[in-house]
Design a protein around this ligand. Structure first.
Ligand SMILES: Cc1cc2nc3c(=O)[nH]c(=O)nc-3n(C[C@H](O)[C@H](O)[C@H](O)COP(=O)(O)OP(=O)(O)OC[C@H]3O[C@@H](n4cnc5c(N)ncnc54)[C@H](O)[C@@H]3O)c2cc1C
Length: 463
């Protein structure tokens, strides 16, 4: 990267690599600060993982369908983009289910990320056996994990190993893995406690028990938010999450936005454009800017999970019932390729339709890429078979969309925070005006990506 140079009164110039939500938010913040911006996006469209496409005659989110409501960054951005009137919440009180041991179990009350805050609330659930509950109760009396040598800070470990040690395998596999591991198609036994579940890390650090710690978090949320603690956890937009991208692009009318513009690293590490279709550098066009934000997935150091989604518009006449649920989770221990069956039309008001149920079947998780090896037709029939014990279809859907998200979800394995610090230190050494941001670094959810972009811009705007 070389400094822009030139006339003293020109506005400073930023280059953003990648046109997903992280890159577009970064570009938006630079423009708001009076900078000029160029965004290089390798593909033929904007939005990255945020994208919608038709299922039958309606546009349906193909990537994220929801944004965490309690994380300020998402709501705040939507307000700034004038999207407040379009914000919508999941239909209240529709339960979620777990499919375990051939039965549907309603998600038990009083859990946070699957961790129980009060074991007595699980006694009425058919999900966890008596032996499983007794094992979990040991968390209340077991000695806290020993701090590691570094100044009392506890070393990172997998969420799975902590939960298995404190609560036992049954609750870990049936409840915590589908909820906490399921969010990012992760394997709980390879998921970093400190990076992916800081709340659990704080619970064990501060209370010496997961149950006591998560109960305190729950109580605290109630005390802070009062009745608002009952507010929905997620929101979306009536036109789909993709509205965020559409509005950002409108705001970026003054920016230099370049599709089909992949950025590659030259042998000295400098980012450059000018590659041919095969990825070979033909022009060696080094990026010229006062600041660069790189939101590409890192080339090494972080592994990714792939997921495949089959979204079906199903006439209600071919269903036994229209289920009153946001969705059903299928834990890894069940052995299915299917990880979740989301009832979009029951979960979201903007997808409700009395004649047609909109159902999404998700497959694939870290360590399970069976779905990648199936062609679309076989994938659809396999997932339909797997879901049939709970959602039998007595006829064909009116429309089916298959979408493959290959290597889409970064996996925060133990040591992730150190790994990210190292990648950032290497980048800063290459060029102090370069920042790394996006889903691979500071959190996978949309609010975390927005926050990651905003932090990077703030750092670069500071003298
Ligand atoms: C199926 C699925 C469901 C999800 N559901 C939710 C959800 O409900 N809620 C939620 O909060 N989050 C969800 N997420 C996560 C969230 O959508 C993503 O983490 C987030 O959108 C990532 O944004 P990003 O800009 O960091 O990365 P991306 O969206 O991946 O954008 C990176 C961009 O960089 C471009 N690029 C790559 N290489 C180059 C290059 N060499 N040169 C130029 N450009 C390049 C890519 O083409 C892409 O457009 C989901 C993710 C997936 C895959």
């Amino acid at each position: 990267m070389s400094a822009g140079g030139g006339a003293p009164n020109r506005s400073p110039h930023a280059v953003v690599i990648g046109g997903g939500v992280t890159g577009l938010v970064a570009a938006y913040e630079f423009l708001q600060a009076g900078w000029s911006v160029t965004v290089h996006e390798a593909s033929d469209r904007w939005g990255g993982k945020i994208w919608s496409s038709p299922v039958g005659d309606r546009m349906v989110d193909a990537g994220p369908d929801s944004i965490l409501f309690r994380a300020e960054a998402g709501i705040e951005l939507c307000r700034r983009l004038g999207l407040e009137a379009e914000m919508t919440h999941p239909v209240s009180k529709v339960p979620a289910y777990l499919y375990v041991d051939g039965l549907l179990h309603e998600l038990p009350a009083g859990t946070m990320f699957g961790v129980p805050t009060d074991l007595s609330l699980l006694e009425t659930s058919s999900l966890i056996s008596r032996a499983g509950l007794e094992r979990a109760a040991r968390d209340l009396t077991l000695a806290p994990p020993a701090p590691n040598a570094r100044g009392g800070a506890r070393a990172d470990m997998s969420i799975g190993s902590l939960c298995r040690e404190r609560l036992g395998d049954e609750i870990t596999d049936k409840l915590i893995d589908p909820l906490l591991g399921g969010i990012n198609a992760s394997d709980l036994d390879r998921l970093s406690l400190r990076a992916a579940a800081p709340q659990l890390a704080a619970a064990i650090d501060n209370h010496g028990s997961l149950i006591r710690g998560m109960a305190a978090v729950r109580e605290q949320a109630g005390a802070t938010l009062g009745s608002a603690a009952d507010r929905p956890v997620f929101f979306s937009l009536t036109g789909g999450v993709v509205r965020v991208i559409e509005r950002l692009l409108e705001e970026l009318a003054q920016a230099d936005l370049r599709l089909y513009s992949p950025v590659v690293d030259l042998p000295d590490g400098s980012p450059a454009t000018g590659v041919d279709r095969a990825g070979a550098i033909v022009a060696e066009d080094r990026l010229q800017a006062d600041a660069i934000i790189d939101t590409r997935p890192p080339r090494h150091g972080i592994n990714y999970a792939s997921v495949s989604q089959v979204t079906m518009a199903v006439p209600v006449t071919v269903l036994d019932e229209v289920m009153d649920t946001s969705g059903i989770l299928f834990p890894r221990i069940g052995g299915t390729m299917l990880t979740a069956c989301t009832w979009f039309s029951s979960k979201w008001p903007h997808y409700a339709d009395p004649d047609t149920a909109l159902i999404r079947l998700t497959s694939g998780r870290y360590g399970d890429d069976r779905a990648n090896r199936l062609d679309d037709d076989t994938l659809v029939s396999t997932l339909r078979d797997e879901v049939s014990p709970v959602v039998p279809l007595h006829g064909d859907p009116a429309a089916v969309r298959v979408h493959r998200w290959r290597d889409a979800l970064p996996q925060y394995e133990p040591g992730h925070l150190d790994r990210v610090a190292r990648l950032r230190a290497e980048a800063a050494e290459r060029d102090p005006r370069l920042r790394l941001a996006g889903a691979a670094y500071d959190g996978i959810g949309i609010p975390a990506c927005i926050g990651s972009a905003q932090r990077a811009v703030r750092e670069l705007l500071e003298p």
